[in-house]
Design a protein around this ligand. Structure first.
Ligand SMILES: [Zn+2]
Length: 457
C-alpha cells in the first residue's frame, strides 16, 4: 500500500468503521442475562462486537483504544422496539438517539429492505431491522398495500415470494379466513418463516395457540377468550373486529385470564402488548395537545401532517368518539392481563406500534417501559422484554440483547441504574450502535439540527 493511500485510509476510516477498539473503563455493567450489576468492569468493543468483558483490574486496555470513563455510569444492552411501522427515514435516527438499536418492523416493503442494506453498509444511521413482508390479509384488506389472500392454494406462492424478497417473517391479519390462515401456517413452516401478527377475526386465541403462531400483537384474542360467564358480549361468536375487542376488555374474568395465560405459556407464544398506541387514541384538542409535546419537534412535517386531527388520512379522526375512548380505556385491563401472563411465566415483548398517530419513534419505547411497570413488572422484567427476551424471540440470543463476549456491540451508557427505575434507561450518556459510539452531545446536536430544518420548511 502506498503512503498516500494509507494516509487517506487513516483519516477516512474512523468516521466509517471506527476500527480502533472502544473501551468502557470502570463501568457498572447491566448484562441482562441475570438480574445483577457487575461493578467496576471494563468492556472492550472491537469490530462491532464485544471483545472482552471483565473486572477492570483484569481486562487489558488496548493501546490504540478510544477510552470512555465509565465511573458512576451503567452500561446496558441497546433496546429493541418489537412492534414498529417505519415509513419515514427520519425515524431511524430517532430510534438510535433513544437507545433503540433493534426494531421489528410489522409491515414490510422494499423500502425497509433498502434501509436495512444501507444501515449494514453504514451509509445510514439506524437500528438493525427485522421486517415482515406486506401484511397478509383477506379481502378487502384493512390496509392498502397488504397482500389479499383468498385462496389457500395461493399461500405457498405468497410465502415463497416474501421469502425470496428477503423478509424475515409473515404477518397474518384480521380478515384472513381460517383456511388461508392454516395454509399460511403450513407453508410458513416449510419455508422457515414464522407467523407474527394478529389473531384473525375468524379464529380465536386457542386456534392460534394450537397453530403455534410465534407472536401475538396487541394481546389480540385475549379479551374474547376471557369473557365472564355473564358477559353482555356473549362468550362466543362476537368476531366483529378490533373495536369490539377493546370493549370486551371491560368484561374479562380474572380466572379465565389466568387459565389463558397458562395455555399461552405452554404454547410458547410471545405477546407484544403495545399499550402505548392505545393510550394515544385521542381526537381534537387532546390530539393537538399530544402534537405539542416536545418530542414532536423531531418528527418530520410529513408525518405530523399525517397525524393532524383534521387530516383525512388520520384514521383516529374519523372514528366515533366512543370507540376512541373504549380503546384508551382498555389499557388498564390489558395491563392486568400482562401481569397475569408474567405470573404464568409467559413471554412478553416491548413494542410500541410507532408510526401510528402520536407514537414517536424511540421516545415511545420509554413510555411503554413505564406501562409495563404500571402493569406490575419489575424494572428487570420490563427491560428484559426489550433486550434478552426480544432477542430470544428472534432466535438471536447469542447475537444481541445481552452484554457478553461475542455479542453485537449495541449498548446504552447511562448515568443511573436502570434496574432501580426504568426511567433511567432514558438517562443516556451515549449509545453504541454496532460498535460505533454516539455520545449524547452528538445525538442532541443532530436532533436539534433536524428540528430546526423542519421548522424552517
Ligand atoms: Zn402495528
Amino acid at each position: 500500500m502506498n503512503l498516500a493511500l494509507s494516509l487517506l485510509l487513516a483519516f477516512a476510516w474512523p468516521q466509517e468503521g471506527q476500527p480502533a477498539p472502544l473501551v468502557f473503563e470502570h463501568v457498572a455493567v447491566v448484562p441482562m442475562d441475570r438480574e445483577l450489576v457487575l461493578q467496576d468492569h471494563t468492556v472492550v468493543v472491537r469490530d462491532g462486537r464485544i471483545a472482552a468483558l471483565g473486572p477492570a483490574s483484569e481486562v487489558a486496555v488496548p493501546a490504540d483504544a478510544t477510552r470512555i470513563d465509565g465511573r458512576g455510569r451503567f452500561l446496558m444492552p441497546g433496546l429493541a422496539d418489537m412492534h414498529v411501522h417505519v415509513w419515514d427515514e427520519n425515524d431511524l435516527y430517532l430510534f438510535v438517539a433513544n437507545g433503540v438499536t433493534t426494531v421489528r418492523n410489522m409491515f414490510g416493503s422494499p423500502l425497509q429492505l433498502q434501509w436495512r442494506a444501507r444501515i449494514q453498509r453504514r451509509e445510514l444511521v439506524g437500528p438493525r431491522i427485522y421486517t415482515a413482508g406486506p401484511i397478509i390479509d383477506g379481502k378487502p384488506a384493512v390496509w392498502p398495500g397488504s397482500v389479499e389472500l383468498v385462496d389457500p392454494d395461493e399461500a405457498a406462492a405468497v410465502v415463497a415470494a416474501q421469502k425470496a424478497a428477503g423478509y424475515d417473517f409473515l404477518k397474518p391479519y384480521a380478515r384472513l379466513s381460517r383456511e388461508c390462515y392454516e395454509a399460511l401456517v403450513i407453508t410458513g413452516e416449510e419455508e422457515g418463516l414464522r407467523l407474527m401478527g394478529h389473531v384473525p377475526d375468524a379464529l380465536d386465541l386457542q386456534d392460534v395457540l394450537a397453530a403455534r403462531q410465534h407472536t401475538i400483537e396487541h394481546m389480540g384474542g385475549w379479551a374474547e377468550a376471557a369473557q365472564r360467564a355473564d358477559s353482555p358480549l356473549g362468550m362466543n361468536g362476537f368476531r366483529s373486529g378490533f373495536l369490539a375487542e377493546q370493549r370486551a376488555w371491560q368484561t374479562v374474568d380474572a380466572e379465565r385470564l389466568a387459565a389463558l395465560a397458562k395455555s399461552v405459556r405452554a404454547a410458547e407464544v410471545w405477546n407484544c402488548p403495545t399499550l402505548v398506541v392505545l393510550q394515544k387514541w385521542t381526537q381534537g384538542d387532546d390530539a393537538r395537545a399530544l402534537l405539542a409535546r416536545p418530542e414532536m419537534r423531531y418528527v418530520s412535517p410529513f408525518l405530523r401532517a399525517f397525524w393532524d386531527p383534521g387530516a383525512r388520512t388520520n384514521y383516529l379522526a374519523n372514528l366515533p368518539a366512543e370507540d376512541v375512548l373504549a380503546a384508551r380505556r382498555s389499557v388498564p385491563a390489558m395491563q392486568r392481563a400482562v401481569a397475569v401472563l408474567r405470573d404464568a411465566g409467559g413471554g412478553i415483548l416491548l413494542g410500541t406500534d410507532m408510526g401510528n398517530p402520536y407514537v414517536v419513534a424511540g421516545f415511545a419505547v420509554h413510555e411503554e417501559l413505564a406501562n409495563l411497570i404500571g402493569a406490575g413488572l419489575t424494572p428487570y422484567e420490563a427491560l428484559r422484554a426489550g433486550t434478552a427476551d426480544a432477542a430470544r424471540c428472534m432466535d438471536a440470543a447469542e447475537e444481541w440483547g445481552t452484554i457478553a463476549p461475542g455479542r453485537r456491540a449495541d449498548l446504552i451508557l447511562l448515568s443511573a441504574n436502570p434496574l432501580t427505575d426504568v426511567a433511567h434507561a432514558a438517562a443516556r450518556v451515549g449509545v453504541v450502535l454496532h460498535g460505533r459510539w454516539f455520545p449524547a452531545e452528538e445525538l442532541t446536536v443532530e436532533l436539534e439540527r433536524r428540528a430546526l430544518a423542519f421548522e424552517a420548511r
